[in-house]
Every structure is written in structure tokens, then in C-alpha cells.
Design a protein around this ligand. Structure first.
Ligand SMILES: *Cc1c(COP(=O)(O)O)cnc(C)c1O
Length: 360
């Protein structure tokens, strides 16, 4: 089949095939402009329609109210770990954070330099295989905001309910944005690197309540949200091609029925995979119960040599990038929106056959 593999990479990750085909078709001549989107001025009318449409689609798909700005930035989710405290930690300077894995760890490292962080709870004691229980009394009412990583890409956990806090909630949704509906109004800020569920690398989406911005003084221009809000993400040259690809992904998502329809498919894909793991005598999931991610599924056999053998044979059969993160080992299947259901079912079939063969 067109010699494409099933790519379970955690990111940059699989893109929807119709999106790649459309981009290929429009590569040399976008909409009669006689040039590629890559070659266009970001100030041109034709490009303006692309970035405006991308924002409009995201607002529509996520139901983002007007009191939130939608920004197309660079620097990855990682730069947000610093921009957020620089812009938002200017009341008490205190920031609450729930530590659930490497990405909240990276955020915490930046908070230590730029604010007064308080670790509300941590799941480090069990290698981040769960989301800690959170109660209202654990949060500091004086904190300027609370930082959470909504879906932990490496460990395969995700929140199933909102933390009980009154302060603005800031959520890293890099690996789960648009995977299921979220109520944007419950968050002060949602941010995501694009390379998992939105498009190619190089673009970061920030959705932020406007009234939280504009409180910091003396920030470098590029690190101030106000700059990007005032200039509609066109203060300097944005990642123009990545934004165009993101627009195509959003169009594809809308054509596929929107976030609710996608969530249904995602839950079906994840359920099939977890059901298989729970029934298997060889493979098992590392995360239990309600904290299981529907985007990133880590699993193990309990035997490093067998893990390695499985990864090599899967790779040869066209199921690639199943190796777990270097900090966890084992395997991980990232099954983002763009991973077709067929890819998950075929992987399960392959694993069943592998198990049978190795158990003999
Ligand atoms: C991938 C990822 C990041 C890092 O994103 P960059 O764009 O590489 O900075 C941060 N948080 C989460 C949850 C991620 O999955």
C-alpha cells in the first residue's frame, strides 16, 4: 500500500494522509497564486487568508470564546514553560504545579528560575504511572496560576477530571489537543506544540484568556504575549508553512466530523489496544485504570530482550517507532488523531501473532 508504514512515533508524528496529498497537490501553485505557500510573504492577502482560516477553524473546533486569544508561535511547548511564568507570575509570583512526568519536570525547572513554584503533588514515587489525587486544600489560593500537563506523552497518563483549584489553570496539551472535547472556559491557558496532533514541528499554539496577559513589565518583545496578541501572531515572520499545514489538519478534522467524532474513534482505538494488553499473557500496560491516556500507550513484556525482539520484528513488518522513551524503556504506541483505526487493529493482530509464536 503506497509503501507507507504505520508510524507510532510520539512526535513529530503521523499526519493524516489526505492532508499530505492536498499539500503535495498545492505545493507548486497554491490557489492560483503561482507559488508555494513556503514562498509567500506573510503580509500578503493570500497568506492572510490562510492564517485567519486556521484560527477560525481552531476556534470553531474547540469552541474557543472571544475572551481568549489564539496565538501561532515558535519555540515549542518548551518555550511556554518560561513564557508562562514571565507573563503570568506577576501577582504573588507563586505558581502551583502538579508533577506528573518529564514535561512537568521541565516546566518546574523554568519555574524555579522565574517564579516561586510549589509542587502540589507528584507521581514520581511510582515512575509517573498515575495522576495524583488532588483536593482543593492542596492548592495555594494566592498562586498566580496552576500548571498541569494534561496528557503525559512519555508515561501515558492523562487527567480525567479538572483539578479542584480556583486559580487559573494552565494546561500543556501538546499530545492531546483536539483528541477529545475540552471546556476551554475552565482553563486560563492551553498550549501545545503542533508536532503531535496539529501538524508539523515548528509551530506552537497558545490559547490564552486575554485578561491574564499584559501584567508583566519590561519583557523582551518576543516573549510578551501582548506583542503577539496585538499583531495577530504577525509581529515577526511566523512559521508560515507549518501554520498552513495546521490549517489543512484542522480542515481534515472538521471534515471528519469534528472533535466529538474524533474522540469516539480515539476511545475505540485505545480501548481495543488496552483490552488486548489486559488479556495478553505476554504484554501488559504500565498505566492502570482511569489515568490511561488514549493518545500514548506504554507497554512492556517484562523482559528486555523480548522487548527488543518485538520492536525489531514490528519495525520490519511496517509498524515503526514503537520503542518506549529512553527514560522508561519497553514500548509505546502513540495513536494520535491521524493514526487510522486500521493501523491500531493491524498492530494488535501483529502482537497476537508475535505472542503466539514466542509462547510456543
Ligand atoms: C512533546 C511535548 C513537549 C515538548 O514540546 P517541544 O515542542 O519539543 O518543546 C512538551 N510537553 C508535552 C506534553 C509534550 O508531549
Amino acid at each position: 500500500m503506497k509503501n507507507r508504514v504505520y508510524n507510532f512515533s510520539s512526535g513529530p508524528a503521523v499526519m493524516p494522509e489526505p492532508v499530505l496529498e492536498k499539500a503535495a497537490k498545492e505545493m507548486l501553485n497554491y490557489a492560483g497564486s503561482g507559488m508555494s505557500v513556503m514562498e509567500m510573504s506573510h503580509r500578503s492577502a493570500v497568506y492572510d487568508s490562510i492564517i485567519k482560516e486556521a484560527e477560525k477553524l481552531l476556534r470553531e473546533l474547540m469552541n474557543i470564546p472571544d475572551e481568549y486569544a489564539v496565538l501561532f508561535l515558535q519555540g515549542g511547548a518548551s518555550l511556554q514553560f518560561a513564557m508562562l511564568p514571565m507573563n503570568l507570575a506577576c501577582g504573588s509570583g507563586k505558581v502551583d504545579i502538579v508533577h506528573t512526568g518529564m514535561w512537568s519536570g521541565r516546566a518546574l525547572a523554568e519555574l524555579k528560575k522565574l517564579a516561586k513554584p510549589h509542587v502540589v503533588a507528584s507521581s514520581e514515587d511510582k515512575t509517573f504511572t498515575y495522576i495524583p489525587e488532588l483536593t482543593a486544600d492542596m492548592f495555594d489560593p494566592e498562586a498566580d496560576y496552576v500548571h498541569v500537563c494534561w496528557n503525559n506523552t512519555i508515561y501515558g497518563t492523562k487527567y480525567s477530571e479538572l483539578p479542584p483549584c480556583e486559580t487559573p489553570l494552565v494546561a500543556d496539551m501538546s499530545s492531546c489537543i483536539l483528541s477529545e472535547p475540552v471546556d476551554v472556559k475552565r482553563f486560563g491557558c492551553i498550549f501545545a506544540g503542533a508536532q503531535k496532533n496539529l501538524g508539523p514541528a515548528g509551530l506552537t499554539i497558545v490559547i490564552i484568556r486575554r485578561d491574564l496577559t499584559g501584567k508583566a513589565e519590561g519583557l523582551p518583545t518576543m516573549l510578551d504575549y501582548v506583542t503577539h496578541i496585538k499583531n495577530a501572531s504577525l509581529y515577526n515572520t511566523p512559521p508560515t508553512y507549518a501554520i498552513y499545514m495546521c490549517k489543512l489538519v484542522l480542515e481534515w478534522l472538521k471534515d471528519s466530523g469534528g472533535v466529538e467524532a474524533m474522540a469516539e474513534i480515539n476511545r475505540r482505538k485505545a480501548k481495543a489496544f488496552y483490552d488486548f494488553l489486559d488479556a495478553s499473557n505476554m504484554f501488559r500496560a504500565t498505566v492502570r485504570g482511569r489515568d490511561r491516556s488514549i493518545m500514548n500507550i506504554p507497554f512492556v513484556t517484562g523482559d528486555d530482550a523480548l522487548n527488543a525482539k518485538f520492536i525489531a520484528e514490528a519495525d520490519a513488518a511496517g509498524f515503526v517507532n514503537l520503542k518506549g522513551h529512553r527514560s522508561v524503556g519497553g514500548m509505546r504506541a502513540s495513536i494520535y488523531n491521524a493514526m487510522p483505526e486500521e493501523g491500531v487493529l493491524k498492530l494488535i493482530e501483529f502482537m497476537e501473532a508475535f505472542e503466539k509464536k514466542e509462547a510456543r
